[in-house]
Design a protein. Structure first.
Length: 285
């Protein structure tokens, strides 16, 4: 079985081409939902509290539902654009899973960031200056890098949690996170390469914008017009192609891991339960 990054992306492109109209309508619904909920939150009383509820609960559950929508497309199911709302049918478990998968990496980062900021503050108070020598900068710079690395690595470890909830409806949030962690052992670099493969689109856009800025000196009006069209074109490309393509690729990555799960790192996981896969046991392979 060809499970390279290229094959994972080809699977996503194939699914996108077959379901292009469904995906594009779903994207418009996603945009409209986010716009309307934000608008409502800004106009009703206690708007700040409403915005907080939207940010902490409604938005994560809705985005989890869209993640499952993309997975259904990868699986070749008869996906409908209104499936983006199906996350609310299992809102509580999706909310808890998102909470664990998103906030645990942040806590890992804070373990490095907070001491770093304390050291930086103490150093600044002692010297009364932000002009530090290289050793002092290293005490701040390297822990910050370590914190960012810890956040990225832990977020990769838990990145499959939502998909597991979809595949195994009885699974708990902690169990999904544990299973995701087991799945991603030995797979984080491949996941990184999969995400990194999309950077060329953005680098190409940066080169275009850079060239247009250089053109400003010779023909400012023409450069401004071209910049506007380039910006609109880039936004359209991101919204209508790259965003769904990227999300379908992540879903394709998950499905590929499931198909080859007998070869996943040193730990294999089995989802066992009479009622239908609601318990996760991590076992040595």
């Amino acid at each position: 079985m060809d499970n390279t990054v290229g094959s994972i992306k080809r699977r996503a492109r194939g699914a996108f081409s077959v379901n292009r109209s469904t995906v594009l309508i779903a994207l418009l619904i996603i945009f409209g939902f986010n716009f309307v909920t934000s608008l409502i939150a800004s106009y009703i009383p206690l708007g700040g509290l409403t915005a907080l509820i939207e940010l902490v609960f409604i938005f994560p559950v809705f985005m989890a539902g869209t993640t499952l929508f993309y997975l259904n497309i990868i699986d070749g199911k008869n996906a409908h654009y209104l499936d983006v709302f199906k996350g609310f049918k299992q809102a509580w478990i999706l909310f808890k899973t998102q909470l664990l998968a998103n906030w645990v990496p942040i806590l890992w980062g804070l373990l490095f960031f907070i001491p770093t900021f304390i050291i930086a503050g103490v150093q600044t108070m002692q010297t009364f200056s932000w002009m530090w020598n290289p050793w002092e900068l290293a005490w701040v710079f390297f822990p910050l890098l370590a914190g960012i690395a810890a956040m990225v690595i832990s977020s990769y470890a838990y990145s499959m949690s939502i998909y597991l909830v979809n595949d195994h409806p009885g699974i708990g949030a902690r169990e999904a996170v544990k299973a995701s962690k087991a799945m991603m052992k030995g797979q984080k670099m491949r996941f990184f390469r999969t995400q990194l493969s999309f950077i060329w689109w953005n680098l190409g856009a940066l080169i275009v914008f850079f060239l247009l800025f250089l053109l400003m000196a010779a023909a400012p009006m023409l450069a401004i017009i071209l910049l506007i069209f380039a910006a609109l074109g880039y936004l359209a490309l991101q919204f209508f192609y790259l965003a769904p393509y990227f999300n379908l690729t992540l879903a394709s990555f998950y499905r590929t891991l499931i198909e080859e799960r007998n070869n996943l790192s040193e730990e294999a996981f089995t989802l066992v339960d009479e009622a239908g896969f609601s318990k996760v046991n991590l076992q040595k392979s």
